[in-house]
Design a protein around this ligand. Sequence first.
Ligand SMILES: [Zn+2]
Length: 275
Amino acid sequence: MALLFGTAGVPKSSPSRDTASGIARVHELGLECMEIEFVRGVRMGMAKAREVRGVAESLGIALSVHAPYYINLNSPDREKLNASVQRILDSARIGSACGARDVVFHPGYYMKSSKENAYARVKEQLGQIVKTLEEESIDATLRPETTGKRSQLGSLEEVLRLSSELERVLPCVDFAHLYARTRGGANSYEAFAEMLAEIEATLGKEALRRMHIHASGINYNKGGERAHLVLRESKFNYRAMLRALKDYGVEGMLICESPNLEEDALLLKREYPLV
Ligand SMILES: [Zn+2]
């Protein structure tokens, strides 16, 4: 494998908004992967998913899926909790039919819980999800994402701990979110290299060879992430990130979530060999 570059969802320049057209456009642009965004719900059916798989395989485009945004595995409300679990399961089921193994999601909010209690609840729910997927013989890797808002569970430490304590769980490392979460603290080559060293120390070298990464321009306020921006309009040091990824031999997928999607994905792909 290598480090593949792609977009979070269908490229802006795709002539049509459906997933298969998006994959074709990713291929035309010279990008290598795409994350299917189930932002407001998993609305794709099995037949469509198989069609998407065919298109992606024929063009050699790697896929991942992002579960719907509204997920809170620490919700005190039973119904909301069950709906969150279902959203992750459905994303994995349809993703798997699309040929995507990695299922990215935001684990949830601390709410009124202590960080430790929130972690324990999220871990328990994730453990159940892993069990269900195993029973259904779905070969998915669950990827809790490092989150940008300080009210959300999803520090690098939490995501690594979930990954080391549960089978079939590995991190989705969103470096822009970590920059925003630390309110600009994590924004140098040294900071990014330290994160990669921590991943290697916790999960082994193999984890660096199958990474799932998000990057974009971003800004922040007191609570962390404020908005995603175009890379060049943001202070997020993407060149330092790329250099650290290169030095650590990171392989896998790097998904660009900037508002201009493919333009920044192409910028990252172009800069990567030069950093
Ligand atoms: Zn995300």
